[in-house]
Structure formats: C-alpha cells, structure tokens
Design a protein around this ligand. Structure first.
Ligand code: GAL
Length: 378
C-alpha cells in the first residue's frame, strides 16, 4: 500500500514538473498573468521597450477595486528577459499628492508608452492624461522623462498638441471654411462629412488639438511620432516629435479622417507600415481594423478586419482592444499583437491578450490561441 501511495505521489510530482516545464514558455491570453511575486501584471494599455537585452513593459497601473489608498497609481513597469517571467519594478511614474499639480490623484493616466532617445540618452514617456474631476474632457497628453529606464520618471507637463498650427495635409479651403458645430442638424452622416472637412481641427486650432488614445512610434530614421485619437476621437493625428522627443515640432498629419479609430498600434514590416486600431465603443471590444501605408505619415489605407476567427470572435477582436505590437525579431518579421480585455469594474484585473502576428500572403492577421508557445516564434 505504502509503495503504491509513494509511487502515485512521485508520479504526481513529476507530472506537475513536466507540465510546469512545458507551460513555462506558454502565453495564456485572458488568464491571470502572475508576476514573480504572484500578482497579476498591472500594466494595461501598455507597450514594451527592449533595452540592453531586457524587455520593459510599461502600462497603466490601476488601483485594485478594494484599495483604500487612492494615491498609489500611475505607470507600472515590469522587466523580463524571456517575455514570460515578469518582475515588478514598481511605479515608473506616480500621481503627485499635491492639489496644484495636474498629475494629482483623481486624474486619469492611460496608454503610456516609453521610447529611448539615443541623442540625449534619456527615456521619454508620453501618456493620455485626463484631469481630476473632468471626465474625459481635457483630452491632453502628458510627458515625463528619466535617465533610468525603470524611473522614477520626472513629470514635465501636459498639453493639447499643435496649438495654432494647421495639419500638413489640410487644404486652404479647409482652413478657411466657416461651418461650425451649431450649423449641423444632428444627422450622423452630415457630422462625419463636416469632421472630414476639418470641423474640429478649426474649432481646436487656438487651444490645441484633442489627444486621447495614443501610442509612440520611432521610425527608422530616428524620428518619433505621437499618434493620437483627436477630433472627438474621429480622426487620428500623427504628430512629429522634436529631436529630444520632449515636444511637438508642429508638423502633424490627419489620418483616416472621420473614421473613428482608437487604440493605435504601429509596426513596420516588409517595407510597409501597418496599424492595428479599434473602433470607439469605450471599454467594450469591437472589430479591429488594419491599415497600411508606404510612409509613416500616410496615406493610410484600410485593409479591413485582421482577425481570422469565428464571426463572433472577429466582431470583438477575440475580446480585446489593441495596445501595442512588439517587434520580437524585426528582421525575421516576427511580431506579437498585444491587447487588453478590459474589466471596467476593476481595471487592475483587466487581462492581457497576446497573439502571434501571422501572415496571409503579405497581410498581417491574428488568430486566437488560448495558449501558445513563444518558442514557436524564435
Ligand atoms: C476606450 C479607450 C480606453 C479608455 C476607455 C474609456 O475607448 O481605448 O483607453 O479610454 O475608452 O472609456
């Protein structure tokens, strides 16, 4: 009897040993993803930066629903060598407990991204910033900077981009048009047409353009772009950053005007720029969109929905909204789609959806895998 118990026990241990080993390199989208301390990774709407052989994952560090202290949130940072085991490096940027600061507790920090500036040797963070007590009305972008990748990042300022400058691809006719919101009779088609023709660009000319969902993209020539949902989330703006990445140059391009894109995630492969984005349904997932362009500044063309699942899966992007595309092996065209499955009632518990970017001919597509082996990509 004893012998049998022992051997069953040994078998169980070795079975779990084997399965642990096997599971080690598995990405399990939609499940709790524990960090090295066993806590679900709190880095949502985020992105990843590879630096000196280590990956750094930055994202929204959300207060857990039950948390009493409302001052300990901001941008979370995690580090990893293998993209599976993540160590919590703490808050790279945290709200400032001072009522004179725009970054005071109660403000909203979303979709933070960090890029490295080779010239200044600084890490530059930008994030969507909404002000305390103002819902999503401020539509600003915030900037922070650090000498160390994990921070702490110094908060510089928040602003509305590109005040008093017209987009590069804006016509004289659009600049001089006089139609404004009060002229619209409420028909959606009429509003979309007016937005395409620059209604909100003109409205926000003096104070700066709206900036909500955002990402950063560093092009091959070292130029960086801040890409944000503007014009009441109906048009994307691709805004060029200064050489130090700390400001806008004033050169910006309207992309897919009137088409209501959020959650932009850009990657470059096979000589072309691609963008995953979503529609505008708040925390609820909607069908993803894929667009392509020969140049980062456009013209961008829609390629439709990149999801290759059931009708229901395609309608909700496998229950996710894009946030970033990780160039894992850029030269071999190997990329990972990163998205969020939001839990609005407890955002800290939102789940990470990571899927390999596959190809259909030249076109990047995504399929659902409840678990998949990272080794498959290497
Ligand atoms: C989504 C957006 C999220 C968040 C949310 C708020 O559309 O992508 O980042 O802003 O709306 O409702």
């Amino acid at each position: 009897m004893k012998v049998i118990i022992v051997s069953v026990f040994t078998a169980l241990i070795s079975f779990s040993g084997i399965s642990q080993q096997k599971n080690h390199s598995l990405i399990r989208s939609g499940e709790v993803w524990p960090d090295t301390e066993g806590k679900h990774i709190n880095a949502h709407g985020g992105g990843i930066l590879l630096h000196k052989g280590t990956y750094y994952w930055f994202g929204e560090s959300r207060l857990p629903r039950t948390e009493k202290d409302k001052t300990g949130y901001g941008v979370g940072c995690y580090s990893s060598k293998d993209l599976l085991t993540w160590k919590n490096e703490g808050l790279a940027l945290r709200v400032i407990n001072d009522t004179t600061s725009l970054l005071q507790p109660g403000c909203v920090i979303e979709r933070p991204k960090v890029i490295y500036n080779k010239k200044t040797r600084k890490f530059v963070m930008w994030f969507h910033h909404e002000l305390k007590g103002q819902g999503y009305r401020a539509a600003m972008t915030g900037i922070a900077v650090s000498d160390n990748i994990t921070g702490p990042y110094k908060y510089l300022r928040s602003l509305r981009p590109n005040a008093k400058v017209w987009p590069v691809n804006f016509t004289e006719e659009q600049k001089n048009a006089t139609l404004n919101e009060s002229d619209l009779k409420g028909r959606p088609a009429e509003r979309i047409k007016a937005v395409k023709e620059g209604l909100y660009v003109r409205r926000d000319f003096a104070g700066g353009q709206m900036a909500r969902d955002m990402t950063l993209f560093t092009d091959r020539d070292g130029k960086a772009y801040h890409i944000h949902s503007s014009e009441e989330n109906m048009t994307l703006h691709f805004s060029e950053l200064t050489d130090d990445y700390l400001d806008f140059t004033g050169r910006y391009y309207r992309v897919l005007p009137g088409e209501s894109n959020e959650a932009p995630a850009i990657f470059f492969t096979g000589g072309k720029y691609y963008m995953f984005s979503s529609g505008t349904t708040g925390w609820k997932p909607n069908p993803a969109r894929l667009s392509v362009s020969d140049r980062i500044t456009g013209e961008w063309k829609s390629l439709g929905n990149p999801c290759r699942g059931t009708e229901e899966e395609n309608r909700i992007t496998f229950g996710s909204q894009s946030t970033f595309v990780l160039p894992l092996r850029q030269k071999k065209n190997i990329f990972i789609y990163m998205g969020d499955r939001w839990t609005p009632e407890n955002l800290a518990d939102s789940r990470h959806i990571w899927l390999p970017v596959e190809r259909e001919g030249d076109v990047p597509v995504i399929r659902w895998y409840s678990s998949w082996n990272l080794e498959k990509l290497k």
